[in-house]
Design a protein around this ligand. Structure first.
Ligand SMILES: [Zn+2]
Ligand SMILES: [Zn+2]
Length: 329
């Protein structure tokens, strides 16, 4: 190849991809990331897949989550997906349930968990140390424990109020004087019930406005920045081949430059049309979604654009992204 050909090649590559700048979502993330709350939220989301489910639900409902809804969600996760922060110590021989506890009760800190039984109380069989299984049975107080933990770290604000369970007449939010507040419904004269719902700390609202999934882009970027050596960028807008594309997270590794797209929608709708453009700049594509299913069409399109070099992260397993990416440094 002659020198002039070389220059032409470099020139063409420069035209193909130009950095335009950061998107609005990117600026929201950068501002949020500098706040004290960002560390609180990061630690909470990292603790357990259920925390991410719960948070996503709060985002969807504008930061306010009735306790019943949280209970339903956590119960479903435990039953159907075996994601539970409630643990059981079962006997491997007779199947007897020896202990049951929830991690939220101990602030998710292993050191705070009391030492568990060494032998089965029913048959005396030796129990495996640390041999806990996820419990499928969730009780309302498990949800309360999780919320109390969230309030302790400053993530949630509990909202106590009185409501009539008969006519749903809403009475008032309770501040301090709970004892002197009348407990009879003005409308139907039935006794009122006290309820506690949870709302997100207002300082966190910037990340969840418009029910958007910006939080996931922030979380994935943060998670990777903490664990990977190559530079991790987020929400950059590129012009590739004359077309403008935003890339949620990107890893600038020489061997495997990777584009990561995140989606929190009910039916993930990754922009298939952009895949071939992304493939001009990146060698790998990772799709991250909080949902448990991704349309086969999306997966097929990604595979064909990236010659099969894709990573698909679904549902609770976001942490799997790091080891998957680490395989190529
Ligand atoms: Zn036993
Ligand atoms: Zn009433």
């Amino acid at each position: 190849m002659r020198i002039s050909d070389n220059l032409r090649v470099i020139h063409v590559i420069q035209i193909l991809t130009t950095l335009v700048g950061k998107s609005d979502a990117g600026r929201i993330i950068d501002t949020f990331d500098k706040t004290k709350n960002s560390e609180i939220l990061f630690n909470f989301l990292k603790i357990h897949p259920v925390c991410r489910e719960l948070f996503q639900e709060m985002v969807r409902s504008d930061g306010f989550l009735p306790a019943e809804k949280a209970f339903f969600l956590i119960k479903t996760e435990a039953k159907e997906h075996k994601n539970s922060f409630v643990k059981e110590q079962m006997c491997g021989k007779c199947g007897h349930l020896n202990e049951k506890f929830d991690l939220a009760q101990y602030d998710f800190e292993p050191a705070k968990i009391p030492s568990l039984r060494r032998a089965c109380i029913n048959c005396g069989h030796a129990l495996k140390a640390g041999g806990f299984v996820n419990s499928k049975e969730i009780e309302p107080w498990n949800v309360t424990n999780l919320f109390i933990y969230g309030s302790k770290i400053g993530l949630f604000d509990p909202a106590q109020y009185l409501i009539c369970p008969w006519c749903y007449q809403f009475e008032e939010y309770l501040t301090k004087n709970i004892r002197n507040t009348p407990r009879i419904c003005k409308q139907c004269k039935q006794p009122l019930e006290m309820r506690i719902d949870f709302q997100l700390n207002p300082d966190l609202k910037s990340l969840v406005r418009n029910k958007s999934g910006v939080w996931l882009e922030w979380y994935v970027w943060k998670l990777l920045s903490k664990s990977l050596k190559p530079a991790v960028e987020h929400n950059r807008i590129w012009k590739i081949d004359g077309m403008t594309v935003e890339i949620d997270v990107e890893i600038d590794s020489i061997k495997q430059p990777t584009a990561i797209l995140c989606d929190t929608k009910k039916d993930p709708t990754f922009n298939i049309e952009n895949f071939h453009l992304l493939a001009k700049k990146f060698k790998r594509l990772a799709l991250v979604t909080t949902k448990k299913k991704v349309d086969e069409k999306i997966v097929d399109a990604a595979k064909s654009s990236f010659s099969g070099n894709i990573i698909l992260i679904k549902g609770p397993s976001i942490e799997d992204l790091t080891p998957n990416l680490m395989r190529f440094k």
